[in-house]
Design a protein around this ligand. Structure first.
Ligand SMILES: N[C@@H](CCC(=O)N[C@@H](CS)C(=O)NCC(=O)O)C(=O)O
Length: 204
């Protein structure tokens, strides 16, 4: 197993799904967090000049949240049993990631890092994507997770991408009882539950 360093800012944000995967698989990694004030100094050292980035064996640095998450999920056995299951896991993950992406932009807009108005886009994405995911879960009566009884990357995405949206507006989720149940189930996984209790506290 390579030695891993995960670079991100001092928040949960896009990197949290990777941290949850490391926790679920009980794999050790170095969780390197930058403050925004020091980012300028490191930006040019990162592929794509943005974070998260995964470094392996103190050499190769890889960018892009979902590419990293899929790699870790494959390595740790959370990406599905066959190619069709992986396709399903991927499309569910990409739906959740659309929310994460728009939420992050909206969050930074609220906190003065962007100029344009992004709340509407984030809410529209939730209204488009969440009913679809809820329907996927409702069709799986008797199963604990999106694809059956095994928790996979897409289930962890349900927890990680909806964390701040849920904290900010629980009412928005009243229409999605199956997503809430899944979220609670992932949080109750023994390894993830232990990680959630011990992690650094941040606003995003
Ligand atoms: N497509 C990239 C986007 C990553 C991204 O936008 N990251 C933000 C932080 S959440 C960033 O590094 N921004 C750098 C900056 O604002 O200079 C991904 O999905 O990982």
């Amino acid at each position: 197993m390579p030695s891993y360093t995960l670079y991100y800012f001092n928040g949960r944000g896009r990197a949290e799904i990777c941290r949850i995967l490391f926790a679920a698989a009980e794999v050790k990694y170095f969780d390197k967090r930058f403050e925004f004030t020091e980012w300028e100094r490191y930006r040019n050292d990162m592929p794509g000049m943005c974070l998260p980035v995964l470094e392996m064996d103190e050499g190769t640095r890889m960018p892009e949240t979902m590419a990293i998450s899929r790699y870790l999920a494959r390595e740790f056995g959370y990406h599905g049993r066959n190619s069709v299951d992986m396709l399903k896991v991927d499309y569910i993950c990409d739906c959740f990631y659309e929310i994460m992406h728009d939420y992050m932009r909206y969050f930074h807009w609220k906190n003065g890092r962007f100029r344009s108005y992004l709340q509407l886009q984030y809410v529209n994405t939730c209204n488009r994507v969440l009913p679809f995911l809820e329907k996927n879960l409702a069709a799986k009566t008797g199963s604990n997770f999106f694809l059956g009884d095994q928790m996979l990357l897409c289930d962890m995405m349900c927890y990680s991408c909806l964390e701040n949206p849920f904290l900010e507006n629980k009412g928005m989720f009243a229409k999605y009882p199956n997503l809430i149940k899944l979220r609670d189930r992932v949080a109750a996984h023994p390894k993830i539950c232990a990680y959630l209790k011990s992690r650094c506290i941040s606003k995003w």
